[in-house]
Write a protein that binds this ligand. Sequence first.
Ligand SMILES: [Zn+2]
Length: 381
Amino acid sequence: MAEYTILKTEGRAKRAVFDTVHGRIQTPVFMNVATAAAIKGGLSAGDLRTIDTQVALCNTYHLHVRPGDRIVRELGGLHRFMKWDRPILTDSGGFQVFSLAGLRRIKEEGVTFHSHVDGARIFMGPEESMQIQSNLGSTIAMAFDECPSSRADRDYTQQSVDRTTRWLERCKAEMQRLNALEGTVNPQQLLFGINQGAIYKDIRVEHARRISEMELDGYAVGGLAVGETHEEMYDVLDAVVPELPQNRPTYLMGVGTPANILEGVDRGIDFFDCVYPSRNGRHGHLYTDRGTVRIRRACYETDPRPIQEDCGCPVCRAGYSRGYIRHLMKADEALGLRMCVMHNLYFYNHLMQEIRDALDAGRYGAYKKAKLDALQEEEKG
Ligand SMILES: [Zn+2]
């Protein structure tokens, strides 16, 4: 089991370090999403080191479909495949199976569905998900769960959560078996369980208590940020996080905006991930400490300033102007996407550094309030 050490607390917020076989993770942390072993927008593993990324997040379903997890294993596992030596978390494929893949059938054993690439029939259950993640050799594997719709009724949600608990027991047993095999890519692979239950707080709390007894390496809260309001999400976190083991890291899956992250940290979350910074970057929506810059706007045509004057990212430090980046985006130059995604991921990574510094200094409450106020201001150009 990896070592998780809490350095400081403020209210329920935690500042900790998580020591893994691929190095130490300083939390709270934002994981950078590299779905198919690459950041969309053309950033390499070397670029991620430059912008202080601590953890890359790769997708089990996508890599299983293409190029195939056995191919990744043959090439030495994900770390060697993408030349990234820091921690990698792989999600279980569950979320994609339930959101992307067509025509699925759920049974106790697992789910049958069709590949979004070539339509091929695929079966995935807890054992298959663990086998794929073991072939990928990630630092942290996620349990295979069902992510019921936030509109699912109470009866369905309860049944689904009960099945997710049974699946978690099977994931744990299979992970132990795989880690003990000779030739396993990462025999110290960790397993995080996932809390589900839509917005039914009592179902979520009971589920959190049940999975807490299973002595997992970490615990995630899943199935949020899928259509419920921010207030509903915070209510669920207020109810669930205190029920999870305090001596293990917590992970809020797929969340979110800078404001969501500030609120999540306040409620005891260690790990975050979200496609917003890279996706918004590709659309030319750039985060700054003084609000969003929509770089395609005409007002930036002759703007000589960098995206943000005091930003430490490679793009701003090199002094590329808003006018130049706007031109690249308008001309569909790949360099424009790359610059925008690099700045945005740096912004998120740097936000987490500020959060950790504020926690270290015992002034998180004041920092959070000032940051939220600043984020609400819109850049006027
Ligand atoms: Zn920048």
